[in-house]
Design a binder for this molecule. Structure first.
Ligand code: ATP
Length: 279
């Protein structure tokens, strides 16, 4: 499924948060959305999974206006894993994952064999088979995160929208989840804080800064030391090692001696105290 974000603008609390953002994710492509805290990533994702209507511009799925289609249809197309998502703690894992089938069921429809198969497959793929009868409230944060991903997968969406899907996960499960998501072969738009993971798993990386899209392209084209320094205010060295890209990042240094950031801060504080003392 093709996702087109056309000149989307959003204001929150009377303040512009997104400024005419244009972004296309081609069918089957995995696009990572990166940017500093508060740059508008979650707000953009909310416009894509119909939680916040854009004030201007449009979101299209295969050319159709997402905000003009019936809510149930939009829900069938789009699987979502958001930050701080609520789950009913009293439900079991299998019951929670089964909720992913809701957009496919009519009011009086019963669960079919196909629905059950979709749930079983989602539980299996996320490594949750040993947990299927456990209550969600008894799970760790990382296990719960996998349950939410399984619920989104059970929905068999054509577009997956993920807001920091690796939150709470240990390194092994971060890799497992992104590998799984990449191998689904469906269209994915995922906000990620880790540039390493974005470079490793995404086909393209879109960079937001202060609500504007300032770059979009293949990871190696977009995540350059200059761009990273400008957007994230850190000094970056990028190593391409075989197929993998690694980033060595450190806070940007502003002192003439090029000492590290903390030293700079210490020095500036010391300098300030000295000045104050002199006065
Ligand atoms: N309901 C709201 N009312 C007013 N401002 C809001 C509201 N929600 C978010 N904002 C502001 O909008 C901006 C963008 O927030 P958003 O959550 O989209 O950023 P983000 O890039 O996802 O950040 P993070 O990396 O910290 O999750 C922030 O400055 C935030 O304070």
């Amino acid at each position: 499924m093709r996702l087109d974000i056309d000149a989307v603008s959003v204001a929150l609390g009377g303040r512009p948060v997104l400024h005419e953002v244009d972004l296309t994710v081609h069918p089957g492509q995995f696009t990572a959305l990166v940017g500093p805290n508060g740059s508008g990533k979650s707000t953009l994702l909310r416009a894509v999974y119909r939680a916040r209507r854009p004030d201007a511009g449009a979101v299209r799925l295969d050319g159709r206006d997402l905000w003009a289609m019936p809510a149930a249809e939009a829900a069938r197309h789009t699987g979502v894993l958001m930050q701080e998502q609520h789950t009913g703690f009293e439900f079991t894992v299998a019951e929670t994952v089964a909720l992913g089938r809701t957009p496919h069921l009519g009011l009086f429809d019963r669960f079919t064999r196909a629905d059950r198969a979709a749930v079983d497959e989602a539980v299996e793929r996320t490594g949750l088979t040993p947990y299927r009868d456990r209550r969600v409230g008894e799970l760790s944060g990382g296990e719960r995160q996998r349950v939410l991903l399984a619920r989104a997968l059970a929905q068999q969406p054509r577009l997956l929208v993920l807001d920091e899907p690796t939150n709470h996960l240990d390194i092994r499960h971060q890799l497992d989840i992104l590998e799984l998501v990449r191998d689904l072969g469906i269209t994915v738009l995922a906000a990620l804080h880790s540039l390493d993971l974005a470079a490793c798993y995404a086909d393209t990386v879109a960079v937001l800064r202060a609500g504007r899209l300032v770059g979009h392209g293949r990871p190696e084209e977009v995540l350059t030391p200059t761009a990273i320094a400008e957007v994230f205010d850190v000094d970056a060295t990028v190593h391409h090692d075989g197929g993998a890209t690694r980033f060595a990042l450190r806070p940007r240094c502003v002192c003439p001696e090029q000492l590290c950031h903390w030293s700079c801060r210490t020095r500036r504080a010391a300098a300030l105290t000295e000045t104050t003392d002199v006065r």
